[in-house]
Design a protein around this ligand. Sequence first.
Ligand SMILES: Cc1cc2nc3c(=O)[nH]c(=O)nc-3n(C[C@H](O)[C@H](O)[C@H](O)COP(=O)(O)OP(=O)(O)OC[C@H]3O[C@@H](n4cnc5c(N)ncnc54)[C@H](O)[C@@H]3O)c2cc1C
Length: 387
Amino acid sequence: MDAFIAETPFFTTEQRNLSISVAGFVGREIETRSVEEEQEGQETDASFRAYLKVLAEADLLRYAIAAPGGRIDVRSLCLIREALSYASPLADLAFVMQGLGTYPLSLAAPEHLRDFWLARASQGQAIAAFALTEEEAGSDVAGIKTTARLEGDAYIIDGSKRFISNAGLADFYTVFARTGTREDGRAELSAFVVGARMPGFSVRSRTEMLASHPIGEIEFKGCRVPAEDMIGREGDGFRLAMQTLDTFRASVGAAACGMAGRALDEAITYAKKRRQFGRALSEHQLIQEKLADMMTELDAARLLVYRAAYLKDAGVARVTREASEAKLFATEAAWRIVDSALQIHGGAGLVRGSRVERLYRDVRALRIYEGTSEIQKLVIASQLLQE
Ligand SMILES: Cc1cc2nc3c(=O)[nH]c(=O)nc-3n(C[C@H](O)[C@H](O)[C@H](O)COP(=O)(O)OP(=O)(O)OC[C@H]3O[C@@H](n4cnc5c(N)ncnc54)[C@H](O)[C@@H]3O)c2cc1C
């Protein structure tokens, strides 16, 4: 077992056992597919679906999907994300999007929606998406322009969203739209479940990103959604979106740790093997310094991630600051660790398709999505100033 998991006090026996079985699963089912994913230039959607299938067969998706009321074991979520990201960030995406896209439903959707979508999502039969971001609403979601207006027994949704993971793959989208204006002039948001086949819904385009990631723009043109498909009540949208992001925030840090752990392992292997100036790179002290810094930063990141996850699981009322610290530090540290791993590889690290070159592209998005590093700093400071 990973010494960090065995020796730190954050985990139950069940979670430690889960980490062992997930490591075995990743070795058997994910690692080889991840190599093929790059070598054969497989299409992203096909790889994504293949990962989702094996995750469902191993009954792991249920760890991403919360029970009614939003109960979820955040430590298990983090352990699985870390293990998947070590081998394939795309497999991690297939796992976590089922959770992110369904969490508002677990929190507040009426029974008919939960029964229908949660069961399918946990069996990998339906793919979920979380649709919040728009052209004018990135960090500041109050800028949302997509509207939902009540007409008889349905809401009519008009507008568009961008940077929506799983656009074009998803069977259903949890969509946040403006249903009014609050007294302070900011948008009043509400959340809806929109099926991918509903008339008036379309995928406008797919967006090519730095790394393999199914993502794109979606559009609503007079899309008629039954009022009973609203999640929670009118005006609950902002709270549901923030609760979802708060719950999953530490797990983005866990994904970062998985990528950083892989980068460190690749760097150690390469530094021992590659010889320059008559000895292995690992015998040069400047390389040793890099490895020492990488290890220390990775340990610090994992401590912050699993502290936040532990506190959330322990039922601490607010872990906003801890979760933001975990996401901020782990994603920034992972970026530095992957960069050092690439530096240790020299030119070989830049070769397209090499593991560290892939990590270099994959790790970058983590500092941007689910709240940029700058926004995490604002959150941490505002919590401090309130305390
Ligand atoms: C790979 C990927 C997947 C994504 N998946 C999804 C998804 O599934 N669903 C979804 O809804 N969205 C998704 N997003 C969108 C993501 O959440 C946004 O990109 C993110 O919130 C930032 O918004 P923005 O890109 O519009 O940047 P902006 O908000 O325009 O920010 C630009 C820059 O300004 C900084 N900035 C903004 N405000 C402040 C401030 N007050 N003080 C200081 N600096 C500030 C930001 O930190 C950033 O550096 C995804 C994005 C990526 C890259």
